[in-house]
Write a protein that binds this ligand. Sequence first.
Ligand SMILES: NC(=O)c1ccc[n+]([C@@H]2O[C@H](COP(=O)([O-])OP(=O)(O)OC[C@H]3O[C@@H](n4cnc5c(N)ncnc54)[C@H](O)[C@@H]3O)[C@@H](O)[C@H]2O)c1
Length: 381
Amino acid sequence: MEEKVLGYGVIGTGVYCDHYFGTLGPVFKNLRPVGCSDLNVEAAKAAAARWNVPKVYTTEEMLADPEVDIVIILTNPASHYSLTMAALKAGKHVYCEKPLAASLQQANEIVEFAAEKGLFVGAAPDTFLTPEFQTVRKLLDEGAIGKVISVTANYVGPGADLWHPNAGYLYKKGVGPALDMGPYFLTTLVTLLGPIESLFAYANRGWDVREIWGKDVEVEVNTNYCGVLKFSNGVVGNLNLTYDEWRSSLPGMEIYGTEGVLFAPDPNAMMGPIKLLKAEDFKNLVNSKGDNVGARLGAIYGPEANGLFTEIETLAPRVGNQRGAGVSDMAKAIVEGRKPRVSAELCRHVTEGINAFDVSVATGEPYKMTTTFEMPAALEF
Ligand SMILES: NC(=O)c1ccc[n+]([C@@H]2O[C@H](COP(=O)([O-])OP(=O)(O)OC[C@H]3O[C@@H](n4cnc5c(N)ncnc54)[C@H](O)[C@@H]3O)[C@@H](O)[C@H]2O)c1
């Protein structure tokens, strides 16, 4: 049966829009571009020309266009809430770049209003739908590492200063690494391990002024966070989010269980293989050293055990940069009459989580989460 193709409109045609136009239509064929808008009309015209988008119009005109089923919001975070609400009021389903909203209160309003109107809302990131993270999910669901005990996840780098021409906005109120990069890590963590129960964080900043592309940018937010998470299922872990470290050898994500260890890719850059170590193989290696304590210690802490990791093939090859998988799933959900995997409740939980970093820093107390979500079904490949 031929797949139904839904129309989408993009608000905000800055640096990131090419990732969506490049996949929604060319890769995910259940969507077609209808139109785009931007406060900078020239940017909208240029994007439309690059990607053969039929209409360039104002946001109001887009919201009134019956050909547009899903509005995709790719503007700077400050306008996500107001544009999402405007699109819902106009009767459109919405998919927004991260974060969904600036606060839990705004996210609550969005979730409640969308439910009232019978419309879907989702927000990036959707990297948990990549073959890589669906493979990690399958391994966990199958018990490949037994009962999960803990997790470490790390976004450690120098920020976007060295590559993003408009990187200055990342240092303004309402952005910073917790709100900007936190969504990648929290969305992936909670879709693998379930909702978070509480979160504690310390934060500081390396610079009060950063030089970005020759201009001084005042830093209004903390740029280095060390977070500790407790999941509802008892798993504990840490999450470092920083723009203040030049380079690091910390893993993007590692998950530790009673029966093994899983190395997962970095949920933002999606780099790095999936590797599995079985506890049984590790114990066998150590036991093969007999009664020699030194050799046993060497096996436990030395490089030999690195050879015990097996690289796991992903369930499917990656298609392009795969951003947009969440919008494509939303379009399928609209047609099939089911909930999208990137659900409004999932995005609200993540919005609460990323904001909880600053609440905890300000109060010096762990933040107890108030929201939860239903785990999205694993994706079939
Ligand atoms: N650039 C990246 O690597 C990247 C990666 C992931 C996610 N994102 C997310 O994508 C979004 C956009 O990021 P970007 O890097 O493309 O930013 P950008 O500054 O390059 O582009 C944003 C565009 O939105 C337009 N805009 C702002 N407010 C508007 C409004 N009210 N109505 C219409 N247009 C408006 C601006 O004129 C600009 O062209 C952000 O939410 C960001 O978090 C960016």
